[in-house]
Design a binder for this molecule. Structure first.
Ligand code: COA
Length: 143
């Protein structure tokens, strides 16, 4: 039986000097999240002197059009772990930390969107209590 390497990562709030590490993990992070960045919370997993993973969540900026009756909700916007550190439980700890923070901030529900084919991400979310709510269809038109 193979044993997992233990996660020696420490979770802590994002600091500005993590920006380089986050960009190495996800180069478009600050571009893609320019609008939500200011109102969101980021927790990083630090190991070997670097941020090796992070989660970003925040209050949604629009009504829950996909779930009538939900007025106030939190969104898990980003979850990334550097490939060298995957499979050690870091993603799981980050998701739990985001859910814990959102609950403490008074949110009763959190949503996220994942690609149907992203098996590792779906495993992490489902292991931590997320249940499929609805499906989004991507259409393509050949031009
Ligand atoms: C998703 C991601 C954050 C997970 O991080 P991680 O630190 O490896 O997560 P964990 O170690 O806590 O858990 C990974 C789980 O996925 C499982 N897994 C890995 N590859 C898998 C696969 N191909 N199919 C099914 N499950 C898989 C692991 O076995 C583990 O589950 P287990 O704990 O029951 O054994 C990481 O894969 C990642 O950064 N992916 C790229 C970015 C991304 O897709 N983010 C999510 C966007 S929605």
């Amino acid at each position: 039986m193979t044993r997992r390497k233990p996660s020696r990562a420490r979770l802590r709030p994002f600091r500005l000097d993590d920006a380089g590490d986050l960009c190495r993990i996800y180069p478009m992070f600050f571009v893609d999240n320019a609008v939500k960045y200011g109102s969101s919370r980021i927790v990083v997993a630090e190991a070997d002197g670097h941020a090796v993973g992070f989660v970003m969540w925040g209050p949604a900026l629009e009504p829950a059009w996909f779930d009538r009756g939900v007025e106030r909700w939190a969104e898990l916007d980003e979850l990334h772990v550097h490939p060298n550190y995957q499979g050690r439980g870091i993603g799981t700890r980050l998701v739990r930390s985001a859910a814990r923070e959102a609950r403490a901030a008074g949110f009763a529900v959190m949503y996220l969107v994942a690609e149907a084919s992203n098996a590792p991400a779906r495993r992490v979310y489902e292991k931590n209590g997320f249940r499929e709510h609805n499906r989004i269809v991507r259409y393509k038109l050949e031009l």
